[in-house]
Ligand binder design. Structure first.
Ligand SMILES: Nc1ncnc2c1ncn2[C@@H]1O[C@H](COP(=O)(O)OP(=O)(O)OP(=O)(O)O)[C@@H](O)[C@H]1O
Length: 323
């Protein structure tokens, strides 16, 4: 082909055109970002915080948790809007069962990740499911560290929810302490944009006592302040063996940024939960049904019977017995 000047010129033009076309096509593909258009990526299209959405969810869907609602909104807003975070956000949610700890974690995920809890950047670890055998603690430690490192390496805005933390073996959480600390990078990976949420019932009994004191003395539940729960969330209470909290070293070393108390739920909150559940099941919300159900749910402490021992847990499955 090179023996003929005109064909050489034509081939040259063709080559240039082909190069131009390839360059244009790859520019176009990267411009519209085809893989990230169809598949979740660690990019603002898929991860962007909706502060108003979180505020509305906390105000309208979370019942009876004025303190948790306020702390969570402030903490998440502050962290996401801060470009100079020195460490990952570490939240420790405490309170009796069925009071909204998992529920709130889901709200955060839903208002930060387009895919919510289904996002591949949101990870839920349940100690009894994922780390059941004490004898394998050393393997769990290695796996957990590698797994967190791998996930944060592929997306710095990863979220890890650890449920049933009080049932977790103490040494396990100690193994990830460096990731929660004020380090610029650990083994070349920065954890400063990640979010860690620990859920536990530790301190729950003390929180219930405080709420009960307020009720007995006729003070409004909404007047309970964080300082009233200071002893419930104190180092000594959380370190107490009976509270089962194993991550005392996290507490002692100030790696938890915010302790979030969840109060036990009262009659009116159970009514609200039942009405929501009826609506979700396509039933006409009926306050007499909700009232009856709440009556049965309010069962402790005896003899006062002020709170629900299971909170709003299992309302969905129990509802069939009341309608
Ligand atoms: N404060 C609340 N306001 C509205 N709904 C709630 C509240 N608490 C619980 N619920 C409802 O009950 C369900 C179970 O609650 P959730 O799983 O959040 O409890 P939890 O505090 O995490 O309990 P546990 O300590 O046993 O894990 C939620 O999915 C939600 O539907």
């Amino acid at each position: 082909i090179n023996h003929f000047p005109w064909t050489r010129a034509a081939a040259h033009t063709l080559r240039l055109k082909t190069q131009e076309y390839v360059a244009f096509t790859s520019d176009f593909i990267s411009y519209i970002n085809i893989p990230c258009y169809f598949r979740e990526c660690c990019q603002p299209d898929w991860i962007s915080f909706n502060p108003k959405g979180l505020e509305v969810d906390l105000q309208q869907r979370l019942f009876g948790q004025h303190l948790a609602s306020r702390i969570i909104l402030k903490a998440v807003n502050w962290f996401i809007n801060n470009d100079n975070t020195k460490k990952p956000l570490v939240l420790s949610l405490h309170g009796p069962t069925g009071t909204g700890k998992n529920f709130v974690s889901k709200m955060i995920a839903q208002n930060l990740y387009k895919e919510g809890m289904d996002s591949k950047f949101v990870h839920l670890l349940i100690s009894t499911v994922h780390f059941p055998h004490v004898s394998q603690i050393e393997t769990y430690k290695t796996q957990l560290k590698q797994w967190i490192k791998g996930n944060v390496s592929s997306c710095e805005r990863s979220m890890f929810i650890f449920d049933e933390v009080d049932k977790m073996h103490r040494g396990l959480i100690d193994s990830i302490k460096p990731y929660l600390d004020y380090y610029h990078k650990v083994d070349g990976v920065s954890y400063r944009k990640a979010i860690f949420i620990f859920l536990s019932n530790a301190g729950g009994q003390h929180i219930v006592q405080t709420a009960l004191e307020f009720w007995k003395t006729g003070r409004k539940r909404e007047d309970i302040k964080l300082c009233d729960l200071e002893s419930a969330l104190s180092l000594s209470e959380l370190n107490d063996k009976s509270s089962g909290l194993w991550h005392s070293s996290l507490v002692g070393e100030h790696l938890v940024d915010f302790f979030v108390p969840f109060l036990p739920l009262e009659h009116k909150h159970i009514v609200q939960c039942v009405l929501v559940e009826m609506k979700a099941d396509g039933l006409k919300p009926d306050t007499s049904v909700a009232d009856r159900m709440a009556e049965d749910f309010i069962d402790f402490p005896k003899p006062e019977r002020v709170f629900s021992r299971q909170g709003c847990m299992n309302i969905d499955s129990m509802l069939i017995f009341y309608v």
